[in-house]
Design a protein around this ligand. Structure first.
Ligand SMILES: Nc1ncnc2c1ncn2[C@@H]1O[C@H](COP(=O)(O)OP(=O)(O)OP(=O)(O)O)[C@@H](O)[C@H]1O
Ligand SMILES: [Mg+2]
Length: 722
């Protein structure tokens, strides 16, 4: 663009200049022509005047008388005053025999001999003499005696007047013109410096030229326009007037220079502005590129200043937003990965610990039945310790997501509402409990006990954060986590969720604390007050329920935990709640398959006490052999899932090939989710979460037996009807 403007301007300049040059040339030419013409006219008039003077002098009787003497001495002496009155520079009197009788000159520059020679070569009435370095305009008049027809020539009078550039310019209007008088291509006189006369002569066009024509010549590197007129005589001259074309067009050069300078300045200023403007764009882009490069190196904090509202600023803002969400997502993934690793470790420990705890609890139960009152107190203590240890392992398993859940379709409002009474007691009088349940929340698929645990842990933490009282708000709400939210929270799948939020006005948390709260055993509470498993448990349960948890906290202001659980439609029916009573008395045969002998023996003992016949086996293969030997009915098979040689599901499958009149309860305290999913345990099979008490096992067995009796009756009725 700039270049185009520049080219157009240059083209206009060239055109204007060409036009102006041609104008200047025309002006100069016409000035020169008129100058020469004027000079020729003036010269003519002057000559006429001199000739008249010469004629006047020649007609004087005294001169005629003097000339008649034809005596050189007399004529010379007597004629001297005539020079003074004639205003000429020299005076010559010649007799009719062409002898010079008198020669008077105001200067000594013209030698008499030269004058004589020139007189001999001049016949006309006028001539141009160049003598002694001076140019003379010479007029002649005849001196005659007597009247016609007896007129007799007495000789001639010549009056010469010096011509110099000065006298010429004084006479005419020659402005800046330079004058040159030339004879036969030789400069005789000129207002040019003598040093360049030779150049002028060389530059003169050779060949015929008409007076008044304009020629261009070059003198000392300068161009001139010139025109001439012929000055007639026996020794004619050419009168040249010159004007410098370069000087006349000098203003154009100056104008040109000025315009070029202005143009250059404009281009420079334009270029600078363009550079400045482009830098305004390129600099932020450079920073943006730096930011991206830094991002590639893992630097999420590189500062990119944003100013203005142009496209680049918008782009930078978008980049910052993208980087921010990337950072959040990365932090989230790192945290998840860390928690995953800790979870694996915790899960492994909890698994081994779990079986031990069950044994402690079980045997204390057994002993409690037979011990005397004093021992009973001790046993109660052992059992309590076992309960606490059991609760701990449960939490750890929950965190590591290796707990066997019993998910149901729940109305989260109902679950939380049923806890309100208990929560009020839990948080104490100083903390105000405010609840808000949205009617629009859907159902969730979760283990009710676990969901209660989540709410309770959050409430207890809130209470601990408000030792001097405050407010705890529990809300439920339907919400949609969209793609943009999922983009910044790697583990979130976009969709409808039920949000259960707890907000407290407690002490809040610093950023450092926030980074660790979900880790097991992280606590800021004093020794003995907190185990640091509360939020780890919450985290595990939420994750296992395919949910998501987020926290917002400000030190000194308070904390909000938001638990998101995938939402089911509201129309999904809720299961009918079952009543639980005391441990039922049992009858029938149970095949108990468990690889941990002490656990197996313990369970067998408890069941036998309730009245069951118990067959035992250490793994699936053994169990098949036991069943083979036992020809009578087996009512219920209670089996561990993961066992050496043959696991529970495979054993059940094999047994079904031989008999199918039994119900199954699978037990597991530590089952990889995948193992559970892969194991074909049947949709109606019951899963029992270790550690469990003998009571629970007995209740489950009796429930199963009732169910079986019911369905047997129905099929019988159907058979009868058929
Ligand atoms: N609502 C809250 N306000 C302020 N800090 C909290 C809140 N909830 C949790 N915290 C912080 O997170 C830490 C971990 O909580 P977490 O529930 O996992 O363990 P804990 O409460 O210390 O022990 P416990 O196992 O008995 O629950 C707490 O020690 C506390 O510093
Ligand atoms: Mg806690």
């Amino acid at each position: 663009m700039l270049a185009v403007v520049f080219l157009l301007t240059a083209a206009v300049l060239v055109l204007v200049q060409a036009r102006m040059k041609s104008h200047v040339r025309e002006d100069l030419a016409s000035a020169l022509r008129s100058e020469s013409h004027v000079y020729a006219e003036i010269e003519k008039a002057r000559r006429e005047q001199v000739q008249q003077t010469a004629a006047l002098i020649a007609s004087q009787p005294s001169l005629k008388t003097l000339m008649s003497t034809n005596d050189r001495v007399t004529v010379e002496d007597v004629s001297e005053p005539i020079l003074q009155t004639s205003h000429a520079d020299f005076l010559i009197l010649e007799n009719s025999s062409f002898e010079m009788l008198a020669f008077h000159s105001k200067s000594d520059d013209v030698p008499r001999s030269t004058a004589r020679r020139l007189m001999l070569t001049t016949n006309g009435e006028e001539d141009w003499w160049f003598a002694g370095g001076h140019l003379y305009d010479v007029s002649f008049a005849a001196i005659e005696a007597g009247a016609a027809p007896e007129r007799r020539s007495l000789g001639r009078i010549a009056l010469g007047r010096e011509v110099s550039p000065k006298t010429i310019t004084e006479r005419g209007t020659f402005g800046n013109s330079t004058l040159v008088l030339v004879r036969q291509d030789t400069v005789l006189l000129s207002s040019l410096p003598a040093s360049v006369w030779g150049e002028f002569e060389a530059a003169l066009p050779h060949g015929p030229a008409t007076s008044g024509s304009i020629q261009e010549i070059n003198i000392a590197g300068e161009r001139y326009l010139t025109s001439f007129v012929e000055l007639p005589g026996d020794h004619p001259l050419r009168f040249y007037s010159l004007q410098s074309y370069d000087q006349a067009t000098g203003f154009l050069r100056y104008l040109n220079q000025m315009l070029v300078t202005l143009g250059a300045v404009a281009v420079l200023v334009g270029a600078f502005i363009a550079f400045f403007v482009s830098r305004q764009i390129t600099r932020p882009l450079e920073r943006l590129v730096r930011g991206t490069q830094q991002l590639e190196k893992g630097d999420f904090e590189f500062q990119i200043p944003i100013s203005g509202n142009d496209e680049v600023a918008d782009l930078t803002r978008s980049f910052e937003e993208m980087r921010d969400s990337l950072r959040k997502s990365r932090e989230g993934s790192l945290r998840s990965a860390r928690l995953e690793a800790v979870g694996k470790l915790a899960g492994g420990v909890a698994h081994d610990f779990n079986n031990l705890v069950m044994i402690i609890k079980g045997y204390s139960d057994l002993l409690l039945g037979t011990a005397d009152p004093k021992e009973k107190a001790y046993l109660e203590e052992i059992k309590n310790a076992g309960e606490r240890a059991s609760a701990l392992t449960r939490q750890l398993l929950a965190f590591s997501r290796k707990q066997v859940l019993e998910p149901q379709v729940l109305d989260p409002n109902q679950t939380v509402r049923s806890m309100v009474k208990m929560l009020r007691v839990l948080i104490g009088e100083d903390v105000e409990l405010v609840t808000s349940f949205s009617d629009r929340v859907g159902r969730v698929q979760a283990d009710p006990g676990q969901l209660e645990q989540v709410v309770m842990n959050l409430a207890v933490n809130a209470r601990d954060a408000m030792p001097d009282g405050g407010k705890l708000i529990i809300e439920t709400q339907a919400c949609y986590l969209d793609e943009s939210y999922a983009a910044t929270h790697s583990e979130v799948i976009p969709g409808s969720y039920v949000r259960i939020a707890t907000t407290d006005t407690g002490c809040g948390m610093s950023k450092e604390i926030l980074g660790h709260i979900f880790e097991p055993f992280f606590t800021t509470k004093e020794l003995g007050k907190g185990t640091g498993l509360g939020l780890a448990t919450v985290y595990g349960i939420v994750k296992q329920s395919r949910g998501h948890i987020s926290v917002y906290s400000e030190p000194g202001v308070g904390t909000t935990f938001k638990v998101y659980l995938p939402s089911l439609d509201k129309s999904v029916p809720l299961p009918i709640t079952q009543q639980t009573g005391g441990p039922p008395k049992g009858e029938g045969t149970i095949l108990l398959v468990e690889d941990e002998p002490s656990l197996r023996v313990l369970a067998a003992e408890s069941l036998q006490r309730l009245g069951y016949t118990v067959l035992q086996a250490g793994n699936g293969l053994e169990a098949l052999a036991v069943a083979e030997k036992h020809s009578a009915k087996i009512d219920v098979v209670v089996t561990d899932i993961v066992m050496p040689r043959m696991g529970g599901p495979q054993f059940v499958e094999n047994l079904r090939k031989k008999r199918d009149d039994f119900a199954v309860i699978f037990m597991s305290g530590y089952t990889e989710a995948a193992a559970l999913e892969n194991a074909n345990i049947g949709s109606d099979a019951i899963l029992l979460n270790k550690p469990f008490s003998s009571d629970v096992l007995a209740r489950r067995i009796s429930e199963l037996q009732q169910k079986m009796a019911g369905s047997a009756a129905m099929s019988m009725a159907a058979g009868n009807a058929g």
